[in-house]
Design a protein around this ligand. Structure first.
Ligand SMILES: Cc1ncc(COP(=O)(O)O)c(C=O)c1O
Length: 337
């Protein structure tokens, strides 16, 4: 067995299930699950229709192997969305790649970029993968299985749960190969401002690490201004080649289709090229049926506006009730209180 598997923790929801095993809920109340945070809104019918059409077409969308790079039409749809949402010009053929949900891609990127034996480290010392804390559990597992060590950066509750990047010792940055950032964040919903991006780009330039920008909540927001994206920040700072930066975007929350398993990555063409090579061997091509549904989803914004309104209405109902007993406030973005 791969000894690194022994370093993995039980997945949090497994741990939660164990903790709940002996709990009998009060019979007078309906329990509210505080487990996995997943979209509960109905699948937009036009996405399901695009899926069914691709399935039933002759020859069927299941009749041949898809390429790992994906249908150029899907890559174009992703690039067009980046243009509309963030004002970005990206090359659909070299700077965009479809992924089967951002989770597998966040994991796979660590396997692609981490060099466990290098980084100018003292012999036998593993490189660092820097992660926010609290954090999405995949970052830790990805770092450990890539042969690195996770270094956690605490969110600061006195600064709207911003990460305290200055608390990372220079010696850690010097041996960092990958940095995960999550904006809007899970679970605090904080959005990273341009000044923080600038700081991270400077550190990446100095130490050569890759930045993985997890943006799966970017479309669930409650302020007038949509959250700043990592590629958008790079572009605003004149980094039009997105060097050492990859953004992870997903349809799961935006379009309420977590079961579709569809997202894309975009950014540094050299990184995308290496990632494509890794994924070709790993076998992570997206089903053509899923690709067809995804093209439809990325091409429509009306359902996303509607989805945001549904979340806003839910926050408006629950926040006054919970605020009687908990310190809760509407987050910048994402669907967590
Ligand atoms: C912060 C964060 N990133 C990524 C994901 C993965 O989403 P998906 O694989 O559905 O794109 C999740 C899912 O809950 C998440 O909370």
């Amino acid at each position: 067995m791969n000894p690194l598997l022994g370093l993995l923790q039980a997945y949090p929801f497994e741990r939660l299930r164990t903790l709940f095993a002996d709990v009998t809920p009060h019979p007078d109340y309906r329990p509210i699950s505080l487990g996995i945070g997943e979209p509960r809104h109905a699948t937009p019918p036009f996405i399901a229709q695009a899926f069914a059409d691709a399935l039933n077409r002759q020859p069927s969308g299941l009749a041949s192997y898809p390429s790992t790079a994906g249908d150029p039409a899907l890559r174009r749809a992703c690039a067009d969305w980046l243009q509309r949402r963030f004002g970005l010009q990206v090359d659909a053929s070299s700077q965009v790649l479809p992924v089967n949900g951002s989770r597998e891609a966040l994991f796979a990127l660590a396997q692609t970029v981490v060099d466990p034996g290098a980084c100018g480290s003292v012999a036998g010392e593993k490189p660092w993968v820097v992660c926010p804390n609290p954090f999405y559990q995949i970052y830790e597992g990805a770092a450990l299985l890539a042969g690195a060590r996770p270094w956690f950066v605490a969110a600061d509750p006195t600064r709207n749960f911003a990460q305290d990047w200055d608390a990372v010792p220079e010696a850690v940055w010097a041996r960092t190969q990958l940095l995960y950032v999550c904006s809007p964040g899970n679970p605090a919903g904080a959005v990273m401002p341009l000044s923080e991006w600038k700081k991270l780009f400077t550190l990446s330039d100095r130490h050569g690490f890759v930045i993985a920008s997890d943006e799966c909540y970017s479309e669930i927001y409650f302020r007038d201004e949509p959250p700043l994206g990592g590629l958008q920040a790079a572009s605003l700072l004149g980094r039009h080649d997105f060097r050492r930066l990859m953004a992870f975007t997903s349809l799961s929350k935006r379009s309420s289709v977590p079961g579709l398993r569809s997202g894309f990555v975009a950014g540094d063409a050299a990184l995308i090229q290496a990632f494509l090579l890794y994924r070709t061997y790993h076998g992570s091509a997206m089903s053509p049926v899923v690709q067809a549904a995804s093209i439809a989803a990325w091409g429509d914004e009306a359902h996303v506006v509607e989805n945001r309104a549904l979340y806003r209405a839910r926050f408006e109902r629950i926040t006054p009730i919970l605020s009687e007993v908990l310190d809760v406030a509407l987050p910048d973005a994402a669907f967590y209180l």
